[in-house]
Design a protein around this ligand. Sequence first.
Ligand SMILES: [Zn+2]
Length: 149
Amino acid sequence: MKPIVLRLIAFFVLTSAFAFNAAIAHGKNVAGPNGGRLITAVSPHAEFFVTAERKVQITFVGEDGKALAPAGQIVVVTAGERTAPTKLTFKEVGGVLLSDQTLPEGKNFPAVVQIKATPEAKAIAARFNVNLSICSGCSKAEYACTCGH
Ligand SMILES: [Zn+2]
């Protein structure tokens, strides 16, 4: 075969393998230290966790999986139906960021988590459904499900 054909085949094998890996990564979540959902698009990673009071707690997590104190990150969560979303702002409380407001009513609604490393930095957004039903596979809330059930 001509080298160009071989290169093309190698390219398609690589890209399909990459797409396959990406699909797996989307199906399963990584557990955070409190059993919440780990947002891995930011560094350090941030755990999104819903407290018993329906507030959102953001814990930054180091490479070793241990909690890190916030370092000036700005977090804004927009949750609920697009027509009447609830905006949550955060304050540092005991080494984590805790929302000033509570999540909207309901057990399943869309949310956008925007995280800025510094006030001047570009926000990185994570979008997912906050589904508070308990997964039958891993016994975590569906938004933090780690079994892909
Ligand atoms: Zn599960």
